[in-house]
Design a protein around this ligand. Structure first.
Ligand SMILES: [Zn+2]
Length: 144
């Protein structure tokens, strides 16, 4: 067990120790926050791929409750294709997005996700009215 893991465990078990640690970090942050922020900024600029990957992993876990391996398993199960349009996923900026959470989710194109987000009953009524209106409309003007 690493030192940081030992500290984390001790904080969980001992609320007095946890409060002392929080107070220490609050004071440390107060005295050094500019230095810390500068170090973080330099790290982010030097490692954009790592930061993007950390964000992606964190986003999957926090927003959808999905591990990276579950995401990859689903990608394989869907044969690398969108659940709606069945077209293959290409690389960025067209990365698959997650619809659903936990064990029940699908991977979709961002555009397909946007499409289903518009499919409210109100939108469908408006779409139907629009299609009815334009169905009889001439789409081309004949030149004679
Ligand atoms: Zn799609």
């Amino acid at each position: 067990m690493s030192t940081s893991e030992q500290k984390r465990l001790k904080c969980k078990l001992d609320p007095v120790y946890a409060e002392k640690q929080r107070e220490y970090y609050r004071r440390y942050w107060g005295a050094n926050h500019e230095k810390i922020r500068e170090r973080q900024r330099r790290y982010q600029e030097a490692n954009p791929e790592k930061i993007r990957e950390q964000y992606r992993v964190s986003n999957l876990k926090c927003r959808h409750g999905i591990s990276t391996s579950a995401y990859h398993d689903k990608l394989i199960a869907q044969a690398g294709r969108c659940s709606i349009c069945k077209e293959a996923f290409r690389n960025q900026p067209n990365n698959p997005v997650v619809y659903g959470a936990g064990g029940d989710f699908d991977l979709l194109h961002p555009d397909c996700m946007q499409l289903i987000s518009k499919l409210s009953p109100k939108w469908l009524v408006q779409y139907h009215a629009f299609m009815k209106k334009v169905a009889t409309r001439a789409t081309r003007v004949r030149c004679e």
